[in-house]
Ligand binder design. Structure first.
Ligand code: 13P
Ligand code: SF4
Length: 302
């Protein structure tokens, strides 16, 4: 262990801090984290963890969700401009218009959204619980935002619902085309394909399994296959290889790397712990309006 990691460990103890990291973070961040998970798991851990200081290694909407759920805790996002371009695609004025246009629809937002967007919606979902939650909603019409690919995937699985789909997408997952997968399948014909639902419909059609990052990890663990084609951000490779060191994992080209997830370095984590400057602040009225969305997700989710 080098001195930066030692210092992080000392400060963590001294300050009673906890480090949370998403699977898309760099391996060295995942190694020093107390909890590594998908966005749903991390949103639950925030409340369960006893520590009052949370270092959230991920992107802004994740740290904001932590603050919404645990207002009395100090939540730090080590790199202030680590955002999510898909979350930025959800425009509050357009959402207000859609709600006016479809007053009897449930407004469902992906957790990849700002506090302002969550404050306008009825319930929040993640890729691991979207299907379970949406099918439980009493409303037949669903305004789903901002990910058009996840919406289309859930809409196919819920034919009893009518989806009003918002045109957002993840720049990392959406760039993968079916031919990138078929190229890999030619090279590795026996490897099953596991893909994240933020991928295009035509890509998901080629997948043997579709799920969130945590679900892809479970699938890889239980699969009898010694090799797997994985269609999501490459940060997940660290957890996949740690979990199944004998299996081989192939990722598509062009590389799936979320530049925002990769902004956080080990030094940023140390600096965040040292000066506690990168704090998430949310105006209380806005936080309360956004809280319902996340509470509803935890009530109806698994
Ligand atoms: P998960 O919900 O699978 O963690 O995904 C979050 C995300 O940002 C995917 O791009
Ligand atoms: Fe946002 Fe996509 Fe990066 Fe996830 S991978 S944080 S959805 S840009």
């Amino acid at each position: 262990m080098n001195s930066i990691e030692e210092r992080i460990k000392e400060l963590k103890q001294e300050k009673n801090a906890v480090i949370l990291a998403h699977y898309y973070q760099c391996p060295e961040i995942q190694q020093i984290a107390d909890y590594v998970g998908d966005s749903y798991y991390l949103s639950k851990i925030v409340k369960e963890a006893g520590q009052e200081l949370i270092i959230f290694c991920g992107v802004r909407f994740m740290a904001e969700s932590a603050k919404i759920l645990s207002p009395h805790k100090k939540v730090l996002l080590p790199v202030a401009d680590a955002g999510c371009p898909m979350a930025d695609m959800a425009d509050t004025n357009k959402i207000k218009e859609l709600k006016k246009q479809y007053p009897d629809a449930a407004a469902v937002c992906y957790i990849n959204t700002s506090v302002e967007v969550k404050a306008l919606c009825d319930i929040c979902v993640t890729s691991s619980n979207a299907f379970d939650i949406i099918r439980k909603l009493p409303e037949r019409k669903i305004i789903f935002l901002p990910d058009r690919n996840l919406s289309a995937y859930i809409a196919d699985k819920c034919p009893e619902k009518e989806f009003i789909i918002y045109p957002g997408y993840c720049i990392v997952h959406n760039k993968i085309m079916p031919e990138h997968i078929t190229e890999l399948k030619i090279k590795h014909p026996n490897a099953p394909v596991a893909a994240h639902p933020e991928c295009r419909k035509e890509v998901l059609a080629l997948a043997d399994f579709v799920g969130s990052t945590a679900e892809i990890l479970s699938y890889a663990k239980s699969s009898d296959s010694p090799e797997l084609i994985v269609v999501t951000e490459e940060g997940i490779r660290h957890a996949l290889e740690h979990q199944s060191p004998k299996k081989k994992f192939y990722f598509p080209y062009p590389q799936m790397i979320c530049a925002n997830m990769k902004k956080t370095t080990i030094e940023n984590v140390l600096w965040a712990l040292e000066d506690e400057a990168a704090e998430i602040h949310i105006e209380e009225g806005l936080r309360i309006s956004a809280l319902n969305c996340l509470k509803e997700m935890h009530r109806l989710g698994n």
